[in-house]
Design a protein around this ligand. Sequence first.
Ligand SMILES: [Zn+2]
Length: 323
Amino acid sequence: MPSESARPPPPKAAAVVSVHALSGGHFSLPEYQFVHPVSRDARRTVPSLAFLIQHSNQITGKQTRIVFDLGLRRDVKRYAPPIQKHVETRQPMTTDPDVTKSLANGGLAANDIDYVIYSHVHWDHIGEPRDFPTSTFIVGHGALALLDGTSSSLRGGHSFFESDLLPEGRTVELSEPSPHALKRNDSRTAPGEINFNGSWQAYGGLPQVLDLFNDGSLLIVDAPGHLPGHINLLARLSDDHQVYMAGDACHDRRLLTGEKTIGEWNDVHGHVCCIHADRKQAEQTIERIRVLEKDGVEIIFAHDVEWENNPANKARFFGACSE
Ligand SMILES: [Zn+2]
């Protein structure tokens, strides 16, 4: 009989996170600005989804709560005038419940949220940061230059950014996800401890990811094309269930299936506009998401009306009664 100590240790369960959807309002889009070909008059009302991600350190038991995106601002009059003008073209719109109320539905207050990660800083994702007075805000590389107005100009009525959006002293901009960037020494971070300063690395077909807790449970994914600093999340919920939160990498499931291509339109000056700042990069990002979906990863994008309307997903909203 082998002694107790000679037995191999039980296999260690892979670290996981929980992910819940948060309703962050609804607004309406003219479809031609997103997909092609489509009728000029076609419009659809879509959600602005946010997500609550909860991580528990396997060794210390420490809980970390993250909200990914803050959806629409409850009081649209608190947007800057150019965005208020743009909002008029996005009716009908509802902002109740917003993300704060959606958190409250599940029994959490804004003060319970350690980090707010923005996929990007477009108006329909930024919500109301002042509702989160104790959270640290995380943005992708290049987002701060957009907010400061020091980035190159982008076309379209939605391209207005608030220089005072993020709280001073509670904001972290991620390092540049470049294959040539200096790899940082993140060996000091124990598995399960959050670290926004780790090294970007390849993961499967994704060239640049950050392993946020150094345990593989939650990856920040560089998702270039839509807007400078655009990032996505890849979360492991169990051994056989991964969820990819795609932000605005994709606005319509028909782009994933190849049924439609990315839309373009002309502004009043005759300039060609596209919802993505860099269409070519956006197409490459969509291709990577397509591969993930084929590999069995669940894809949810921010304006994913089909995902929201699927009855099977109702219980996956935070505070849904089945919990
Ligand atoms: Zn966007």
